[in-house]
Write a protein that binds this ligand. Structure first.
Ligand code: SME
Length: 160
């Protein structure tokens, strides 16, 4: 049994440090990327409060394809440059969106989503996937969240 759940009142910096350490421990020695992404989605769900969707889109043959996630069923394929995920994948830059309805081209997968954080995962200098987090709360994601998920992405790039 894995029990990584953090206390509710843990400050963001420590919460993300523990998340990255738990992610490292959970994927250590496991070569199957799908298994690792599935466990990582579950881990993110336990560590980051106020989410309604958490998971991965992978770059496959020049487009994003849905990977393991927690949340409602989602759109399967996203062209590079489209939506929040496609923008993060194409630019290689984190997209921290306070109001998804104000983002041109936002792709709505769950009508409850109000804010979104998408962080590219880079391997050998290329974006290979993105971590996508949605929240039903407006402006849920702070700079601390973006930095924390970027640290996580850096730790797991070789494991997915
Ligand atoms: N909102 C994303 C699509 C993926 S879902 O949020 C799971 C986007 O605009 O790319």
């Amino acid at each position: 049994m894995f029990d990584f759940a953090p206390p509710a009142d843990l400050p963001a910096e420590e919460r993300y440090r523990q998340l990255a350490d738990a992610a490292d421990a959970l994927t250590q020695g496991e070569p199957d990327g799908v298994a690792n992404m599935a466990n990582l989605a579950a881990l993110i769900w336990e560590f980051i409060p106020d989410l309604n969707w958490a998971g991965f889109y992978r770059v496959v043959d020049g487009e994003l394809v849905l990977g393991p996630f927690i949340g409602r069923p989602a759109c399967i394929r996203i062209p590079m440059g489209k939506g929040v995920c496609g923008t993060a994948a194409q630019t290689g830059e984190t997209q921290r969106i306070e109001d998804v309805h104000a983002f041109p081209g936002h792709i709505a997968c769950d009508a409850q989503s109000q804010s979104e954080l998408v962080v590219p995962i880079v391997r050998d200098g290329k974006v290979v996937a993105v971590i996508d987090l949605d929240s039903p709360k407006p402006a849920r994601f702070t700079e601390d969240d973006a930095n924390g998920v970027e640290q996580l992405a850096a730790r797991i790039g070789s494991r997915i």
